[in-house]
Structure formats: structure tokens, C-alpha cells
Design a protein around this ligand. Structure first.
Ligand code: ZN
Length: 265
């Protein structure tokens, strides 16, 4: 960070320069920040974990408020950094006059769904010191984008739950690679809704979730490197066809994976 170094050496350094943010200022974003070592950071009055080298990460969900306050304390100096996010428009599909054929799951599987959700929430709540989140993320699979983050369907005027994944279409067996370094925090072959489900912990609350997998090549607790084969695309769980559904979380904030990778090749 040459700018930070320069800042340290300058006598009349503006303290506002002691913060660098990487990422798009928009809803659904993951922002990675660099402050001087031994600084403290708060987001809207909540403490944010900072690495010994001054790195931290924050995330804003699909419908996040547009204005936030980041406070950085370096030594005795406390500075306020307002964060202004751009509002996004998500693809909304209105479908009227459709037969109400959505059935709620049978009682017999409710326990199983609850257990699935509990395991997923537990994996996403992990707050480790891993630094994979700091890397430039790469695409976990090659294929056509068949679904985007934030999209929503409205059936007969009733809005359905938005889609939080980035869908990559591909035949069953298409390799899935780790988009960044991490540790496998969960692999379950047959969750009710999400089928083969793998969660990779990238550290500091950032995780990748991959669902509808046909096969996993790694086990819970295993360390993986960016680009390593971790799974295969499938059509397991509630799906209409084979695809990879990739999600990014910062704890329970659901973020847009597309903002972390270069444009689809
Ligand atoms: Zn999906």
C-alpha cells in the first residue's frame, strides 16, 4: 500500500487518507478495507474485526440502506467516513393468472429442512482469521449465466423470495473450483432444497456457498487453495435443471458474487 506508506511518512498527512476501500459502492457489495495497522474500525457503531496488518471486510445486502457510517480510529485520531451506496434495480418478473401450484413441504420433511438451515447458519456464522477473502476471486465454474443475484418473481401479485445466487448453467459433472482460498466448513450431499451443499469459509465472516452439487471432492475441515477442484455441478435438491448456484455471504448478509469476479468470459 504505497499510499499508506506515503501517508505515514508525511508530516501533514490527512487522516482520511488512512482508509482505502476496494469494491463497488452499491447494494449487494462486499467492501474490503485497508487501514493503518493497529487501527480500530466501526460500521454503524458496530465493531468490525481488523487484521494485524489493518485489513477488514464489510458487506451490504440486496436492499441495504444507502447511507452508512464507517469510523476509523488510528492512535488518538478518530475519523468518520460516510459510505454512500448506489441503489440497484433488480430484474422483477411479474407472472399473473398462474395456477397456485406451489405446495408447502410435507410435515415429514420440516425437521430435515430446519436441520439443514441450522447447519448452514452455523457455517456462515464462522468468524475465523483466514485471509482468503482478501484475494481477487475467480469464477468457480465455466458456463452461461442462467440466474442473477437479487432477481425476484411475483406470482399473482405475491412477491416470492428473491434469488441470492449467481447461477452458472452446465451439465452434471462440470468441475467447480474454489473461487478463493478457504476451509470447507460444511458439505452435505442431500439437503432438501439445496441438494449437494458445500460452504467454504474465506475468513472474517466471508463464505461461499455452492448448491445443487452432484458430487463433492473435499471434506469438512479441509483447507483448499484458489482454483482447486472442490465439487461438480449437479441438479440435486429443488431445481429445474443442472446448474451451479454460487452465493457469497458476509455473516448473514447475502451479497452479489458477480461483483467479486471479472465479467463472465
Ligand atoms: Zn439459483
Amino acid at each position: 500500500m504505497p499510499k499508506l506508506l506515503g501517508c505515514l511518512l508525511m508530516a501533514f498527512c490527512a487522516w482520511s487518507q488512512a482508509l482505502e476501500l476496494r469494491g463497488e459502492l452499491t447494494q449487494g457489495t462486499l467492501l474490503r478495507g485497508q487501514v493503518l495497522p493497529n487501527s480500530k474500525v466501526w460500521l454503524n457503531d458496530k465493531v468490525v474485526k481488523v487484521s494485524p496488518e489493518g485489513q477488514f471486510v464489510i458487506g451490504f445486502g440486496r436492499d441495504a440502506a444507502l447511507e452508512h457510517q464507517l469510523v476509523v480510529q488510528s492512535g488518538n485520531h478518530k475519523t468518520q467516513h460516510p459510505i454512500k451506496l448506489k441503489a440497484r434495480e433488480y430484474p422483477i418478473q411479474k407472472v399473473d393468472g398462474v395456477e397456485q401450484k406451489y405446495v408447502s413441504p410435507p410435515d415429514s420433511v420440516l425437521k430435515r429442512i430446519e436441520e439443514d438451515n441450522r447447519q448452514i447458519a452455523k457455517a456462515r456464522a464462522k468468524d475465523t482469521e483466514l485471509m482468503g477473502f482478501w484475494q481477487d476471486f475467480s469464477w468457480p465454474a465455466k458456463g452461461k449465466i442462467s440466474g442473477v443475484y437479487g432477481s425476484q418473481r411475483i406470482f399473482n401479485g405475491v412477491p416470492k423470495r428473491p434469488h441470492y445466487g449467481l447461477d452458472v448453467a452446465g451439465p452434471v459433472g462440470t468441475p467447480v473450483y474454489a473461487p478463493a482460498d478457504g476451509v470447507v466448513s460444511l458439505f452435505v450431499a442431500d439437503m432438501y432444497y439445496s441438494g449437494g451443499t458445500l460452504i467454504l469459509d474465506h475468513g472474517f465472516g466471508v463464505s461461499s456457498t455452492f448448491i445443487h452439487l452432484s458430487k463433492g471432492h473435499v471434506k469438512a475441515g479441509q483447507k483448499v487453495k484458489q482454483g482447486q477442484l472442490i465439487a461438480e455441478i449437479g441438479a440435486t435438491g429443488r431445481v429445474t435443471g443442472p446448474h451451479l448456484d454460487w452465493r457469497i455471504n458476509w455473516f448473514d448478509e447475502r451479497l452479489d458474487p458477480a461483483l467479486l469476479v471479472p465479467a463472465n468470459p
